[in-house]
Design a protein around this ligand. Structure first.
Ligand code: MLT
Length: 269
């Protein structure tokens, strides 16, 4: 339920400093289900990105925050901030996984006052190299032609080798979600991520506690990128490496992710 431009879902207690969770690409708030189930004493809020889950199409979201329809994570960040304010949330611990982390970085740049603490999971502050950017634009075009087919192969790259080899139920769930990914959300998000700048400076200016977390088997968000963000964070950060997990730690090891988020929340709650 939401009074802002994005779909917002509340879980657990309705009072206290909220822990806001922003999902990765090309999923929606369901990605956090197993983590949320382990945090039933924490006021958790999940928000769907433009074009995903229960959120409206990206062009409508952009109009609601008075921005051009040009895909950008700045629009996503403004929409998250407005949605939270619409729900009466002026300050929160905000954590994002991968694409959700890019939105946290944009919030750090544009809505710093909202952030009581930040969690950066399986993400990076650097912009894409040219080749990766071009690939994103190809995926965006493919999504417009073939829909979710454009991301069908992602399970094999985003899940870690341990999950792929030993946890068929996680692989099946991930494939189901990928099959449901909406074309308009895929295309807009890929173009928005392709356009994102580096945002390390935003972290340096942010004097709040942080969590930087990555799966040890994640091939896309490297240990170097995680260490760089942890060092940059002005308020200090806990750096957590989750063994036997890839890029989708919240799905692959919800115990570890819930534990780290609980510690982050407790530092300020
Ligand atoms: C995600 O999980 O959100 C994606 O891997 C983000 C990206 O493509 O950089």
């Amino acid at each position: 339920m939401s009074t802002g431009p994005l779909a917002l879902h509340r879980h657990g207690p309705q009072t206290g400093l909220p822990l806001v969770l922003l999902h990765g690409f090309p999923l929606d708030s369901r990605m956090w289900d197993e983590v949320v189930a382990r945090l039933d004493d924490v006021p958790v809020v999940t928000v769907d990105a433009p074009g995903f889950g229960g959120s409206p199409a990206p062009d409508d979201v952009a109009a609601a925050v008075s921005r051009s329809p040009e895909p950008s994570l700045e629009t996503s960040a403004d929409a998250v901030a407005l949605t939270l304010r619409g729900a009466g949330i002026e300050r929160a611990v905000v954590a994002g996984l991968s694409m959700g982390g890019y939105v946290v970085l944009a919030l750090a740049e544009r809505h710093r006052g909202l952030l009581a603490a930040v969690g950066l999971l399986d993400t990076k502050a650097e912009p894409d190299p040219e080749e990766a950017r071009e690939n994103r634009l190809r995926v965006a075009e493919a999504a417009e032609r073939t829909g979710a087919e454009a991301v069908a192969g992602m399970a094999d790259t985003v899940l870690g080798e341990t999950t792929l080899g030993e946890r068929p139920e996680v692989v099946t769930r991930m494939r189901e979600w990928l099959g449901q990914a909406p074309a308009v959300g895929i295309a807009w998000a890929q173009r928005a991520m392709a356009a994102r700048p580096g945002r390390l400076t935003a972290l340096e200016d942010l004097e709040v506690p942080g969590l930087v977390l990555r799966g040890a088997e994640d091939a896309t968000s490297t240990q170097d990128a995680a260490q760089t963000m942890a060092r940059a964070l002005g308020g200090g950060a806990e750096l957590v490496v989750v063994p036997r997990a890839g890029h989708m730690t919240a799905i692959e090891d919800p115990d570890a992710v819930a534990g780290a988020l609980r510690r982050l929340h407790a530092t300020v709650a």
